[in-house]
Design a protein around this ligand. Sequence first.
Ligand SMILES: C[S@@+](CC[C@H](N)C(=O)[O-])C[C@H]1O[C@@H](n2cnc3c(N)ncnc32)[C@H](O)[C@@H]1O
Length: 389
Amino acid sequence: MTPAARVAAAIELLDDILAGAPTEKALTVWARGHRFAGSKDRAAIRDLVYDAMRRRRSLAAIGGAQTGRGIMIGLARADETDLESVFSGVGYGPAPLSDEEKAAGTAPSEGAEALDCQDWLWPEFKASLGEEAAAAAMAALQARAPVHLRVNTRRTTLPEVQAQLAAAGSETQPHPLSPTALEVVSGARRLRNDPSVLSGAVEFQDAASQAVSDLVPLPEGGRFLDYCAGGGGKTLAIGARVRAELVAHDAAPRRMADLPARAARAGLAVRCVEPGNLASEGGFDTVLVDAPCSGSGSWRRDPQGKWALTPERLTELTALQGEILDLAARHVLPNGRLIYVTCSMLAQENGAQVAGFLARHPDWTGTVTRQFTPADGGDGFFFAELIAP
Ligand SMILES: C[S@@+](CC[C@H](N)C(=O)[O-])C[C@H]1O[C@@H](n2cnc3c(N)ncnc32)[C@H](O)[C@@H]1O
């Protein structure tokens, strides 16, 4: 496919996504209907769609229309691509710009529009992080997320992995957020099938997710419960650092389906417990609640989520977070730790949850809290440690 034909495909996909189709599903359906598109074409189109979605609002302003075409005109203008060579109408490329389209488009207004944030959310971010940090975080969310790896230091070392990956064509460098983290500088696409990934010596994991896992206190030989384990990325990171009994739980147990096999590859044993069966498990030294949240810290990877969040959904999420914290607290041993983590940067989901929990449980103590934002080089994450009476 020509670059222009890829842009035409991205326009079609963006229109479906703006009409409500989930991005990944839209890409899959498109690929099925366009078998002639090779893997390089699909990857390029995917990049165009995600780049456009991250900057959807500012690009629509620059392009002059809230449509797939308007957004892609905006992307071409913002990136100073030669507009006429792409929008030429030649082959399968998009039609040339009309006179109205040529005249349309303005610079995005300062604040929410320029930063690609919803209007109602921008004051929330400013109140949560302070104006300067909020602007830096939102600006970071406009760009592609870097690819990070976690090295399983029980199995190998960072320099060893770096040398192996370099020999196979992927350059990496240590990431300052965690001693186990590598940032992939080049050759990321080939990594999925790299022997180090397939063998469990290395996992894909955001550096801030690793930093948060590094902060989780757990005594050697202790009992650890990951209450919202999902795929178990944090369980595996914590298990690689501390020898402990690892138990995983999730309200949707299917999400943990691959966890025992991934753990075995990493040289760990993780026991998955069905919801409802936790009562007979006894207490844990550390219970981690990696709560369902807005995902605002990881909107680079899920830009559609940035535009889909509503005040009502945020209220629902904060209610659920409080309920989960209260339930998870029941499984913490006396003087044990309840760790609250979100991949959000919104105070309602973070500091306010900790304050709410401490108000409901005055005999507990709150200690460390940390807020990571994408401006720190990884996803946005919040961490809080609560100590049981
Ligand atoms: C942020 S994700 C967890 C990600 C995971 N810890 C990781 O590092 O890969 C949140 C998880 O919470 C689960 N969840 C939602 N409601 C829950 C509840 N009431 N009790 C336990 N888990 C819940 C979801 O199914 C989801 O897998």
